[in-house]
Design a protein. Structure first.
Length: 740
């Protein structure tokens, strides 16, 4: 019995020794991946062929997008898995810092309703500030963070499935920085931080930007890691011919390409043509900035690798050895740890309370990447942070936990928002308003804010609110506020013969109100608010029948309001709903009258492809105590508000309108008019104003329609429209500002 066992043991040891010897005998293979922006996705196509040919990779050195693709491959991900990740990304969204509107905090959604110009502009130390880069990289960082979570505990890049180096540039000294340890996600992000596009990355006391500035093809880095064979992929941009150098952008890009090419040519001199493999995929007509066609670049990379298949196949290993190689790679991507602590590594301990309140419930549970990402988005979407990131760390006792780093907006923390509204009917009737909101943020650890609103134009006002949340989790709040404002209301006369109102002039209403609200936010989709308020003001005739005396009012009131908002856009919504309902009780001390005001507004949007349908219902009613005070009247007329009538040419104590709107997207970003999304549309509208609730009926409602062309510009939605009324009226509009 012992002899067969001895023979079996000797045979097993011999086989193991042979396998180890074979592994030791094969050449050590290094992979060098260049930068190139969207062109760098061609690296994935090369990796697909390398995987197919069973070529093992021991060392990876990458710059910019090459560092991203190479870093992911070094974690043990296969080329197919990286391709799936890249293909599933909404790259247009990934390169925006602002969360999708569906993810914004409710207050930021409400801010969007009136302040449509969404250009980051901070206010600090008495001066205006702008971001240090067009993109801070929050979303892209979180994509990379989730992809690298299985190796989050690895700080030495030599311990990854393939030894890895990322190349970045020290913005202060201009030196190349070879990143070999620490946090893998920040290493990849630093390597691809193109100056002026991505904000620089601060890492270990250095300010880092794109490594392509100094070493776009890091062959020497891989060679110094002790490899025998190099597979080098250069995804650089081809130089443009003279006829194409006709703009500032093209000249600047050409200059940068020439600078990067010189270093790359010097690096190529380090290759051994007899042994090393050099690949240059044909990436003509593929922009460095257009990630939407990344699949095309991946295909070009695959074509280039297949053209060199004979060279690459020389370094493939047999199936059994390759299975062993794959198994060792997969062991790197282990199970996610149990979180035993949460700590804050932000400078000066900023945001300690927010981080503890929001992420504290992760302690004692296995790491849930999806839940963690939702919580990160919740805090980031409040709008005060430039970046919010985390790492999985291990303390001195071997416990795994989450270390957060929250960086305040470098252009804040206070910021400005702007809004514009312009309506012209090409008949001499126009209105214009320009608004600004100054938001003072982070007044305490719960995120208190102070608002200062100012507007000039047809309806000037100045107002302020102090928003005081009572916790970071359940968002109860109180909000004292005050406002001084003025607006016009049509002076109407009811014509019994036609059973409708006729405009004979215009009133000017001025008022000052102040009050105290209390409410609760529901996640990021809704709010319930109640409050008491005091309003003092006057109504006088501005145009028309001046025999009507000026009236004054002194109102004590209370209100209850519910708001729901899950629209994906306030400019041109494609999906979601929005609802606002309010009940207001008012007691006019001067007239000794009590009035209830009820208002409702509901919008539903749904889409298929480029086609969108919108149902929009609005209504309001004055209940009890109405004495003809136009302050409580509801104006109508104008684009999408009975489009065939002049703006605000109707007003009454009761109104209702229903709209059915069709939008056809005729341009997307880069394809639309002036490089912005554009839409063609039509609307059908049924509504009116009435002097009595009992008079409200379909038969007395006016039927209107409109045809329009709109563009989602950087200063808000803009429209050219023509409206039609059943009475034969036609109105033409140039409209800029909020429509839905």
């Amino acid at each position: 019995m012992r002899l067969p066992l001895l023979i079996l043991t000797v045979f097993s040891l011999f086989a193991t020794a042979m396998a180890v010897g074979a592994e030791a005998a094969r050449p050590r293979i290094g992979l060098v991946l260049s930068g190139g922006g969207a062109r760098g996705t061609a690296h994935i196509g090369v990796l697909k062929v390398i995987d197919e040919l069973h070529v093992p990779v021991d060392v990876i050195a990458g710059t910019s997008m090459g560092a991203v693709v190479g870093g992911l491959y070094a974690t043990g991900m296969s080329a197919a898995e990286i391709e799936t990740l890249f293909s599933s990304l909404d790259w247009q969204d990934a390169f925006r810092d602002r969360p999708k509107r569906a993810e914004l905090a409710f207050r930021r959604k409400q801010e969007d309703l009136d302040f449509l110009v969404n250009i980051p502009l901070g206010f600090s130390d008495g001066r205006l500030k702008i971001p240090s880069g067009l993109i801070q990289g929050q979303k892209l960082t979180q994509v990379l963070r989730q992809a690298t979570l299985p190796v989050a505990g690895v700080n030495d890049f030599d311990q990854l499935a393939a030894r890895f180096r990322a190349v970045a540039t020290d913005l202060e000294t201009g030196e190349a920085v070879i990143i070999r340890n620490g946090d893998l996600t920040s290493a990849m992000r630093a390597s691809m931080s193109a100056p002026g596009v991505f904000a620089p990355v601060e890492r270990e006391g250095r300010v880092l930007v794109d490594g392509g500035l100094v070493k776009n093809l890091p062959i020497d880095v891989a060679r110094e890691m002790g490899v025998d064979i190099l597979i080098v992929v250069d995804a650089r941009a081809a130089l443009l011919p003279r006829d194409n150098l006709d703009s500032l952008a093209s000249v600047s890009n050409q200059s940068l390409a020439i600078m990067m090419r010189r270093d790359s040519e010097a690096q190529r001199a380090l290759l051994d043509p007899a042994r090393d493999v050099f690949l240059t995929p044909d990436l003509s007509n593929i922009s460095s900035y257009n990630f939407a066609i990344g699949n095309r670049a991946i295909g070009r990379g695959e074509i280039a690798a297949r053209a060199a298949q004979a060279q690459l196949a020389r370094y493939g290993i047999d199936a059994a050895a390759y299975e062993s190689y794959l198994a060792s790679r997969k062991t790197m991507r282990g199970e996610l740890p149990k979180i035993e602590f949460v700590r804050n590594e932000s400078a000066k301990g900023d945001y300690q309370r927010q981080i503890s309140d929001i992420f504290g419930d992760e302690v004692g549970k296995p790491l849930d990447p999806a839940k963690l990402q939702r919580e990160v988005t919740t805090l980031y979407a409040r709008g005060n942070l430039e970046t919010l990131d985390y790492r999985v760390v291990e303390d001195a006792d071997g416990r795994k936990g989450l270390a957060f780093n929250a960086q305040r907006n470098s252009w804040g923390p206070n910021y400005l928002r702007f809004g514009l509204s312009l309506q012209d009917d090409f008949e001499g009737n126009s209105s214009f308003n320009a608004a600004a909101r100054l938001v003072f943020t982070e007044l305490n650890s719960l995120g208190a804010e102070a608002l200062l609103d100012m507007q000039i134009g047809a309806a000037p006002h100045i107002g302020t609110e102090l928003y005081l949340p009572l916790s970071n989790a359940a968002r109860w709040f109180i909000a004292p506020h005050a406002q001084l404002e003025a607006h016009n209301v049509p002076q109407m006369v009811f014509d019994a013969a036609s059973n409708e109102y006729r405009q004979v002039g215009e009133y000017r209403v001025r008022s000052v109100d102040y009050g105290l609200d209390m409410g609760r936010e529901f996640s990021n989709w809704g709010e319930m608010r109640a409050g008491v308020l005091r309003t003092d003001g006057s109504t006088r005739v501005k145009l028309g029948d001046f025999s009507v005396p000026t009236s004054r009012f002194e109102i004590n009131g209370a209100f209850l309001r519910f708001a729901y908002d899950r629209l994906d856009s306030v400019n041109f919504p494609r999906r979601g709903q929005q609802l606002s309902a309010e009940w207001r009780i008012e007691d006019d001390r001067g007239a000794d009258l009590g009035t209830d005001l009820l208002t409702l507004d509901w919008t539903l949007a749904f889409s298929r492809g480029r086609n969108t349908g919108i149902v929009w219902l609005s209504g309001g009613s004055t209940v009890g105590g109405f004495d003809g005070n136009v302050r409580t009247w509801f104006p109508m007329g104008g684009f999408l508000n009975l489009s065939g009538l002049r703006a605000d040419s109707l007003a009454g104590p009761h109104y209702a309108i229903g709209r059915a709107i069709y939008l056809r997207q005729v341009g997307r970003g880069g394809e639309g008019v002036l490089n912005v999304p554009a839409y063609a549309g039509l609307s059908l509208e049924l509504g009116n104003v009435w002097d009595r609730r009992s008079a409200i009926s379909f038969s007395s409602a006016r039927t209107n329609a409109s045809l329009f062309f709109g563009a989602d510009t950087y200063i808000g939605p803009a429209y050219l429209a023509v409206g039609y009324d059943e009475g034969g009226n036609t109105a033409f509009y140039l409209f800029l500002g909020r429509s839905f």
